[in-house]
Design a protein around this ligand. Structure first.
Ligand SMILES: Cc1ncc(COP(=O)(O)O)c(C=O)c1O
Length: 417
C-alpha cells in the first residue's frame, strides 16, 4: 500500500510499514514463528547468504515480523534503517560494540540508566575501552572530553533519575565538528516527543520495552541509523569494507553482520508483534502520559510531606526551557522524582499504595513507582550508590489512568506516613 509521507506522526504510527505479500490481507503482521526459511533452489539460498536478496534464512539473522517492526521504527524515528534486538540493553551493547575496539574511548553522560552505567564503566573496561563521563548539560565539558581516540558521544534524551535534558542539536554539532557520531538513547522521550535524528543525532536507541510497546508485555530494543554520518573519515578507516558494501548505512550493516548475528541478539517475533501493536496507540498514550505527569507533579508540589519534586515541567526547573524548545511544547516527559523524609518514609509510602505498582520498569500504561536506592542500585558500592541515587528519592513513571485516581492514591499513602 502506498502511504503519503505527509501524515502526522500519530497517523504514521498506525499506518507506517508494509503489509507484506503472503499475509492473506491481514492488517497486523503475522507472528512468523519459524526458526528457518525454506528456499526453492540452492542458488536462491546462496544469493540470500551473499546479501543479494532481502529474503530470510534463519531467525537469528532476520524474520518477517521483526523486519516489519524495524521498518516501522526506522520510519518513526526519521532513520534510514533499523535493527531490532531482544532487549534495550542488547541494542545499546550492539551499537557500542560496533564502534569500539580495545584502546578506544567514548564520551557519555554521567547520568545514565543503571545497566548502561555498569556496561560502560565496568564491563567495557575489562576489554581496554575507556568511557569519559561528562555533565550532559555542560557543552564545554563534552567538547573537552573528546580526543583522537574518541569514537562517539552517547547521551540519553531525558536522564533517569536526574531528569536532565541535554541539548541534542548543540551536542550533535560538537560531535560532528570533531568528526564523530552522536548516539542517543531516546527511551524516555519516545519518537512522539523527540526525534533526535531530526536534531542531528546519528544513531538512536530504544528500550522498546517501555513506551513503544506500552503495556509492559514485551521486551525489546532497537538501533536506528540516520544514514547521515560519513564513515569514510580517517578515524573510521576500519569501516571501509562496510562502506564499500552499504555506503552511508555502513554502521547498521556492520552492527548486523558482526555483532547482532554473532552475539545472537535477535528478538522473539512475538515480542516484535506486541511492540508493533503497541505503536498504533503511541501518540494517544504519550499525550495522556504527559498530561498526567504535569497533573501529578503539581499535586505533589503542594503536599507538606513531600520535600521536593524534580520535574522538567516546572518553570523553575533548570531544563524547562530546553524541554520546551527540544520537545516543541508537546510535554516534559512522563517521569518525575520526589523526596520524602527518609528511606523509611519511602518504604511506608510504597507499602500503603493501593493502585500504583511498586515495579522496576517504566513507560508502562500503568503508573509505576520505585525506590531506586534500595533496588536498582542495591549492589553498587556505598560510595557510588550515594553518588547516583538518594535514599530519600522515589521515582514515578506516570501511566495513563485518570489523573485524579493517581493523586488520590498518592494522597492516602502520604497520610499513612
Ligand atoms: C533509558 C533506558 N535505556 C535502556 C534500558 C534497558 O532496556 P531493557 O530493559 O529493555 O533492556 C532501560 C531500562 O529501563 C532504560 O530505562
Amino acid at each position: 500500500m502506498q502511504k503519503k509521507n505527509n501524515y502526522h506522526f500519530e497517523t504514521r504510527a498506525i499506518h507506517e510499514g508494509e503489509t507484506g505479500d503472503g499475509w492473506s490481507g491481514a492488517t497486523l503482521p503475522p507472528i512468523f514463528q519459524s526458526a528457518a526459511h525454506y528456499h526453492e533452489s540452492a542458488e536462491s539460498l546462496s544469493k540470500t547468504f551473499a546479501g543479494e536478496t532481502q529474503d530470510h534464512i534463519y531467525m537469528r539473522l532476520s524474520n518477517p515480523t521483526n523486519r516489519f517492526l524495524e521498518q516501522k521504527l526506522a520510519a518513526l524515528e526519521s532513520g534510514a534503517g533499523a535493527v531490532a534486538t531482544g532487549s534495550g540493553m542488547a541494542a545499546i551493547n550492539n551499537a557500542c560494540m560496533t564502534l569500539l575496539r580495545s584502546g578506544d574511548e567514548f564520551v557519555a553522560s554521567r547520568s545514565l540508566f543503571m545497566s548502561s552505567y555498569t556496561l560502560f564503566t565496568t564491563i567495557f573496561k575489562k576489554y581496554g575501552i575507556r568511557v569519559r563521563l561528562v555533565d550532559p548539560l555542560n557543552l564545554d565539558d563534552i567538547e573537552q572530553a573528546i580526543n583522537e581516540k574518541t569514537r562517539f558521544v552517547y547521551m540519553e534524551t531525558i536522564t533517569n533519575p536526574g531528569m536532565e535534558i541535554a541539548d541534542i542539536k548543540q551536542i550533535a554539532q560538537i560531535s560532528h565538528t570533531k568528526g564523530i557520531p552522536l548516539m542517543i538513547d531516546n527511551t524516555l522521550a519516545s519518537p512522539w516527543l523527540c526525534r533526535p535524528i531530526e536534531l542531528g543525532a546519528d544513531i538512536v536507541l530504544h528500550s522498546t520495552t517501555k513506551y513503544l510497546s506500552g503495556h509492559g508485555g514485551a521486551l525489546g530494543g532497537v538501533v536506528v541509523d540516520a544514514g547521515n554520518f560519513d564513515w569514510t573519515r580517517e578515524r573510521f578507516s576500519d569501516f571501509a569494507p562496510f562502506v564499500e558494501q552499504r555506503g552511508r548505512l555502513a554502521f547498521l550493516h556492520r552492527l548486523f553482520k558482526e555483532i547482532h548475528v554473532n552475539f545472537g541478539t535477535t528478538p522473539a517475533p512475538l515480542h516484535s508483534y506486541l511492540t508493533a501493536i503497541g505503536l498504533n496507540t503511541l501518540g494517544l498514550r504519550m499525550e495522556r502520559h504527559m498530561e498526567n505527569a504535569i497533573r501529578v507533579a503539581d499535586f505533589l508540589k503542594d503536599q507538606p510531606k513531600v520535600e521536593w519534586v524534580n520535574f522538567p515541567g516546572f518553570e523553575d526547573h533548570g531544563c524547562h526551557e530546553m524541554a520546551k524548545t527540544q520537545f516543541c511544547n508537546k510535554g516534559f516527559g512522563a517521569m518525575l522524582t520526589f523526596g520524602l523524609k527518609d528511606q523509611a518514609a519511602c518504604f511506608k509510602f510504597i507499602d500503603h499504595l493501593d493502585m500504583i505498582l511498586n515495579i522496576a520498569n517504566l513507560g508502562d500504561c500503568k503508573t509505576l513507582i520505585i525506590h531506586p536506592y534500595s533496588s536498582q542500585y542495591i549492589s553498587f558500592s556505598p560510595a557510588l550508590k550515594n553518588k547516583l541515587a538518594d535514599p530519600q528519592l522515589l521515582r514515578f513513571s506516570l501511566g495513563v489512568e485518570h489523573a485524579e485516581d493517581i493523586c488520590n492514591d498518592v494522597a492516602q499513602a502520604l497520610e499513612a506516613i
